[in-house]
Design a protein. Structure first.
Lengths: 97, 345
């Protein structure tokens, strides 16, 4: 896991970066930026439960909740952390009926 | 560029990679493995490679993906339009099924991972030898670990050939019928159609043989081969991931009971937004707009993230999933209708 962050409905953010590249302020900024990136996808009839942005050297999982909580996870591809993304995202989301 | 004197039985091979050390290593290795029969040409960029192709009779081009300027997949696409007869291989250190599918869609005959050991180098060399020697002759035999089933299928379909591909693994396993470049029928034991095709695709060992074409007893497959191949590659990757993660692999009966997870819609457009191909896409313009919006927004973030180029965006939907690939020259959207993880333990 390279970094992770959560944004609360009141706008407060909690972030943890396992690398100097991802200080808390940057994670807060990324949460906002990925929230904006998510907008066209959410608006296009899909209502994704989560999105994964797969870059060459890192995968970013963005999980929005209906109650406005947001989760952002950044992992290196093909690592144990990458295999855990679905489980963590499912834990973050409220159970489906 | 490094070029050598032409001799009698030589083959001219062009390697395109921006890593000078890699070019030198692979050039020396292939020259040695071919005992001097391969004359190696090298180019550090797609632009340099195209110049070489204007003057040299190249038989095979092997290109990296990540290069400054035009990337390897764009280059292969351009090469395929200009020189369709040249055999083309994409070789990358960061292989994925998406890159594999994109490379094949661009016209690559083979998609390989860069070797990292002498054994790997020899294996790659043998695959390239098979590809160079490949001719449209009947009775071709191969081993699935070498020139793979996807590669052979693509060669047959792109060449608009008619043949029957018979697969063996100790005993005959099944047949895939190709009629003028279209897959029309598949049989695997008592299974027919696309399910048989997908099942045959999960075979990781064994041999195959190309037989003379005969009209199949019935036509059970109608979707385009590109769609079938992309879907089969995705399913194979999912199986591999499940196996790697220690998850349960579905039996035939469970697969039949579970939602098929088949492609529900697919769209490919040019970077400028011109729709090149779409299948069951109710609103192609809306998909293109979405892809362009995602590409534009992601482009701004890429320098800041320092995670390299964006390969794809995957969406987990309430039912099924979707993948977007926003590239400079091509935008791809694929939606799979049914959840593929339903029976996950």
């Amino acid at each position: 896991m390279l970094a992770c962050g959560v944004r609360q409905p009141n706008g407060k953010c909690l972030g943890y970066g396992d690398d100097k590249i991802y200080p808390a302020e940057k994670i807060e900024k990324l949460l906002k930026q990925f929230s904006e990136l998510h907008e066209p996808l959410a608006a296009a009839e899909f209502s994704p439960r989560w999105t994964t942005w797969a870059f060459e050297y890192g995968h970013i999982r963005f999980v929005p909740r209906a109650d406005k909580w947001l989760l952002l996870l950044i992992v290196s591809p093909e690592t144990e952390a990458a295999l855990e993304l679905d489980r963590v995202a499912n834990d973050f989301l409220p159970p489906t009926k | 560029m490094a070029k050598e004197k032409k001799s009698e039985h030589e083959r001219r091979i062009l390697i395109v990679d921006d890593d000078a050390d890699y070019l030198a290593t692979i050039g020396d290795s292939f020259r040695a493995l071919s005992e001097g029969r391969w004359q190696m040409c090298a180019a550090a960029s797609a632009e340099a490679a195209l110049k070489i192709l204007q003057t040299e009779a190249i038989e095979l081009v092997v290109a990296d993906i990540n290069m400054p300027g035009q990337d390897g997949i764009q280059f292969i696409g351009e090469l395929h339009r200009r020189h369709p007869q040249i055999k083309k291989v994409v070789m990358t250190a960061l292989a994925s099924e998406e890159k594999n599918a994109a490379s094949r869609a661009a016209g690559a005959n083979l998609f390989l991972e860069k070797p990292v050991s002498p054994e790997g180098l020899k294996s790659v060399f043998e695959k390239l030898c098979e590809l160079i020697d490949w001719k449209n002759t009947q009775g071709f035999q191969g081993v699935l670990r070498s020139v793979g089933l996807p590669d052979l299928l693509q060669m047959e379909c792109v060449g608009k050939n008619s043949s029957i591909l018979e697969l063996f693994h100790e005993h005959p396993l099944g047949r895939i019928y190709i009629d003028q470049g279209q897959i029309t029928h598949a049989v695997c034991g008592e299974i027919f159609g696309e399910r048989a095709f997908q099942k045959l695709f999960t075979i990781t060992g064994g041999t195959f043989e190309l037989l003379d074409f005969e009209v199949p007893p019935e036509r059970t497959i109608s979707r385009p081969w590109e769609v079938l191949l992309a879907e089969a590659l995705r399913q194979r990757e999912q199986l591999a991931q499940r196996a790697q993660a220690g998850k349960k692999i579905l039996t035939d009966d469970e697969t039949a009971a579970a939602p098929a997870g088949q492609t529900a819609e697919m769209l490919i457009s040019s970077g400028a937004g011109e729709v090149l191909y779409h299948w069951q896409c109710a609103d192609a313009a809306a998909r293109v707009t979405l892809l362009q919006a995602v590409a534009q927004r992601a482009e701004k973030l890429i320098p800041e993230l320092q995670l390299g180029k964006l390969d794809r965006v995957e969406m987990q939907l309430p039912v099924g999933r979707a993948v977007l690939q926003p590239r400079a020259d091509r935008l791809v959207f694929v939606r799979v209708a049914a959840p593929t993880e339903k029976n996950e333990s």
